[in-house]
Design a protein. Structure first.
Length: 502
């Protein structure tokens, strides 16, 4: 192997050796001169001994001599305290790599960010004579990093300022980031949410969220997918999910991004609007029925009355004519009554004490409460403002709800009745809450429908709550219901103190 070594001194002449050493020296000088990064040799005291053209250009000077004349302590470093720090580090370790602890000042006064990789060199006595190494201009890189940091800050600000909940998940569906709006919707802290199995612990129905994931994976994007979540405090909220699946060229999912919007209040308003439209349609139908059926009924009644008048009182079957006449009269009365339910009469509104109506209602059913073992708890706000209302209609609402509460608690329980004034919405708020059997979720949305009833043994035609709804709307109010099977039902009535003029 030694015979093939090109530098083996026993195989080449002294002249060839000298030529090769000169070639090596020339290559070193060319590398030093042509390098794109700045090379330097300096004294410990603060003077360049040598440098390459790259460093001269980096510092904005025209000649090497200008750079060699610089006082490194006062003319090179942007901050005079930075060079002593650099010296302390390099002399402690003997070298530094990628040191970015300062800036250099160019000839025109502009500061550039630099990275230094250097070693100490020693004199013949072993003392530190200075430093040698290379300098890399990191100014553009620094500016890019600053711009990137600024961009990330703007992104984060936008991310957190969006009013809808924003989430980012990995390919497995694990949420890796979310904004504050989403945390506000779900009621969890960031650490709690990112560490939980949200399929199981957040969504009320796991099948719904799995269907959402299958849909977004299959179609890459989903808009306004509605499902329910359970907040940390146990309350159930309706949310709308929109999402996008990022995929690679092979169609494999890389990540998921999406929005969550709380639509609970919007759905409640939508249900109220639908209910109002239903009642409006029912009112028109009732009006048409009254007009269309009452006329022939009155005709039948006239015929029956004429027939009765033509028969002697001793006629044995005259009583059947009386019965037919009375039933027709009763049917006509029912139709008129139905019409009044959906199209209230012109009864005048007057100053009404809501607390007095509630107290009268509870007093009327006091004996029934005792028989059913129902404990009544009242929380009526003192000095509650009076409102302009048809007292008999509102009292009918309260009576109907008390009857429903009694029916829902056949084995006893608690009936809580409260009133208060909400100055924020300018509403009187009445709550009637029972601890009864509750209403199934699929029935809650229909309880204000005409002819709908949850009672197994129907004693009427199911007009009670729909009439209540109509009376409350007559006073420009709202009525809401919350119920849970086995725990009870709460009706909340909102009556504006100053309703808009019709």
């Amino acid at each position: 192997m030694s015979d093939q070594n090109p530098l083996s001194m026993d195989k080449i002449s002294d002249e060839e050796t000298e030529q090769r050493l000169l070639e090596i020296e020339r290559n070193k000088k060319e590398f030093f001169a042509e390098a794109r990064d700045g090379f330097y040799i300096s004294t410990r005291e603060g003077q360049f001994i040598d440098c390459n053209d790259a460093l001269v250009n980096m510092l904005g000077y025209s000649t090497t001599q200008e750079v060699l004349n610089l006082d490194l302590n006062t003319q090179l470093w942007g901050n005079h305290e930075d060079r002593p720090k650099f010296q302390a580090i390099i002399e402690k370790h003997g070298f530094v790599r990628g040191y970015e602890g300062g800036t250099f000042r160019r000839k025109d006064g502009q500061l550039i960010y630099v990275s230094l990789s250097s070693y100490v060199w020693r004199d013949k006595d072993g003392n530190i004579g200075g430093y040698r190494g290379f300098v890399v201009d990191r100014t553009q890189e620094k500016l890019m990093r600053a711009q990137l940091a600024e961009s990330e800050t703007k992104y984060r600000d936008l991310f957190n300022s969006i009013r809808d909940g924003v989430f980012i998940a990995d390919a497995k569906g694990t949420v890796t980031d979310c904004n504050q709006a989403l945390l506000d919707i779900i009621g969890y802290a960031r650490e709690e949410f990112l560490g939980m199995n949200y399929y199981r612990d957040l969504c009320v129905n796991a099948d719904d969220v799995m269907e959402f994931r299958r849909k977004i994976t299959r179609e890459s994007e989903v808009h306004e997918y509605e499902l329910q979540i359970a907040r940390k405090d146990g309350t159930v909220r309706d949310v709308s999910m929109s999402g996008y699946a990022a995929k690679n060229a092979q169609g494999e999912v890389l990540s998921y991004q999406g929005l969550m919007r709380d639509i609970t209040d919007a759905r409640r308003l939508r249900r109220q609007l639908i209910q109002s439209e239903r009642l409006s349609a029912m009112g028109k139908m009732a009006s048409q029925l009254a007009h269309e059926l009452n006329n022939p009924i009155y005709g039948i009644m006239n015929c029956l009355e004429l027939t009765k008048d033509s028969l002697p009182d001793t006629f044995e079957k005259k009583k059947y004519l009386d019965l037919a006449y009375n039933e027709c009269k009763r049917t006509s009365g029912l139709l008129i009554k139905m019409l009044k339910f959906f199209k209230p009469d012109d009864e005048q509104k007057s100053s009404t004490d809501i607390n007095k109506l509630l107290e009268e209602t509870l007093l009327f059913y006091e004996k029934q409460f005792q028989n059913l073992n129902i404990r009544v708890i009242t929380d009526l706000a003192p000095e509650l403002p009076s409102i302009m209302a048809v007292g008999s209609h509102l009292k009918q609402v309260f009576i109907n709800m008390v009857i429903n509460a009694n029916t829902a608690m056949p084995n006893g329980g608690e009936l809580r009745v409260g009133s208060r004034f909400d100055p924020g919405s300018d509403n009187i708020v009445v709550t009637i809450e029972d601890t009864g059997v509750g209403i199934p979720p699929h029935s809650v949305e229909r309880i204000f429908d005409a002819f709908f009833t949850t009672k197994k043994e129907v004693k009427g035609v199911g007009l009670g709550l729909s009439i209540c709804y109509g009376f409350i709307k007559e006073h420009s109010g709202e009525i809401d219901v919350e119920s849970e099977v086995g725990k009870g039902t709460t009706f909340t009535i909102y009556l504006p103190l100053n309703p808009p003029e019709e």
